[in-house]
Write a protein that binds this ligand. Structure first.
Ligand SMILES: NC(=O)c1ccc[n+]([C@@H]2O[C@H](COP(=O)([O-])OP(=O)(O)OC[C@H]3O[C@@H](n4cnc5c(N)ncnc54)[C@H](OP(=O)(O)O)[C@@H]3O)[C@@H](O)[C@H]2O)c1
Length: 311
């Protein structure tokens, strides 16, 4: 089968479109014929060798940790899925990904694909939507009526975070660059702040939760936005633990996990059209290296999707 693999860490030049063996499945695994995948910032981090602590890699490693496709074969102990089922999910980063014609995934890593959307749309969902859900609700403990500030609200994770916080009944402020302000408002944010122009000094300082997908200086500045006893949850490196402790603010950094119960809930919200999916561009499997480059550059809001095969 064809796949995009790396044989060592490095720049974009290590991404190879090549022939490799179709994976063999274990008893608790499902072989999925991949229809589509999508690009995430973690791809570049893993390719560059920066993901080793979280996701130790073995070479050759197939890239791509979002998946939508059709079940081809199931292991002996698999009970939930059968050949022909349409599924989506987030394969474990560090193990072989979905920039390939076939992938072996654990039964627990996939869920039934939402009805009424294409595989390209479904592949734009799992990693970022799971991250948004777990960040807001599992770690952030966000409740209806609370105030949340989402840093990076126009990004892959942020655009789901705004929509999920809206669904929950929270009051939302989002940050983005100027050209994405209207987009962030259209997702359900009452306030959208242009981080290139506006200072956090002019923002409210009584948020129950800051959900940070940006990090660095932005995260440090955001600490003053949180009320005493509130939370800062980040998808990147936590930089503010000591100052947070002094203000009685809880800081949590987390790595999203595969969870098919949450994927089922996300799927139901997509089917009800509560959650919208945004695609910025679609590339073929062969051109996945160009897609990775496009994903790392400034682009229209939405995911960069890899089309692998027709359903
Ligand atoms: N821990 C986990 O499990 C997990 C899971 C998923 C993602 N992540 C990490 O979370 C981060 C975001 O992922 P993503 O997929 O949402 O990325 P993304 O699609 O590239 O979005 C990045 C967001 O950050 C904003 N941004 C960029 N530069 C900024 C700056 N200097 N100051 C303030 N905001 C800035 C962008 O706004 P504009 O485009 O409007 O400028 C955009 O909203 C990445 O580092 C990723 O690796 C972690």
């Amino acid at each position: 089968m064809k796949a995009i693999q790396i044989h060592g860490f490095g720049g974009p030049e290590v991404l190879q479109y090549e022939e490799t063996n179709r994976p063999e499945i274990k008893s608790n695994e499902v072989l999925v014929r991949v229809c589509a995948s999508s690009v995430n910032p973690v791809d570049n981090k893993i390719r560059a060798g920066e993901g080793q602590a979280k996701f130790p890699a073995e070479f050759p490693l197939t890239m791509g940790w979002d998946l939508s496709g059709i079940v081809e074969e199931t292991g002996q102990s698999v009970t939930k899925f059968k050949k022909g089922d349409e599924v989506f999910g987030r394969p474990y980063p560090g193990k072989n990904g979905a920039f390939a014609e076939f992938i072996a995934v654990k039964e627990s890593e996939i869920a039934f694909k939402p009805d009424g959307i294409t595989h390209e749309e479904a592949a734009a969902v799992p990693l970022t939507a799971l991250t948004a859900w777990q960040g807001l609700f599992d770690h952030g403990k966000l409740e209806a009526g609370q105030k949340v500030c989402i840093l990076g609200a126009s990004g892959g994770v942020g655009l789901f975070a705004v929509q999920l916080a809206k669904w929950k009944g929270a009051s939302i402020t989002g940050t983005s660059s100027g050209e994405n302000i209207e987009f962030v408002k259209s997702l359900g944010a009452e306030n959208a702040i242009d981080y290139t122009k506006e200072s956090t000094n002019n923002m409210d300082s009584d948020f129950d939760l800051v959900f940070d997908t940006v990090g660095g200086e932005m995260q440090k500045k955001a600490l003053r936005l949180i009320k005493k006893g509130g939370r800062l949850v980040t998808t990147v490196k936590p930089e503010v633990q000591q100052e947070a402790k002094e203000k009685n603010i809880t800081v949590e950094s987390f790595t999203a996990r595969s969870d098919n119960d949450i994927l089922d809930k996300i799927s139901a919200l997509i089917e009800k059209k509560t959650l919208k999916i945004f695609i910025a561009a679609v590339f073929s499997l062969k051109h996945a290296p160009d897609a990775e480059k496009a994903g790392g550059e400034k682009h229209a809001p939405g995911k960069i999707v890899i089309h692998v095969s027709e359903p």
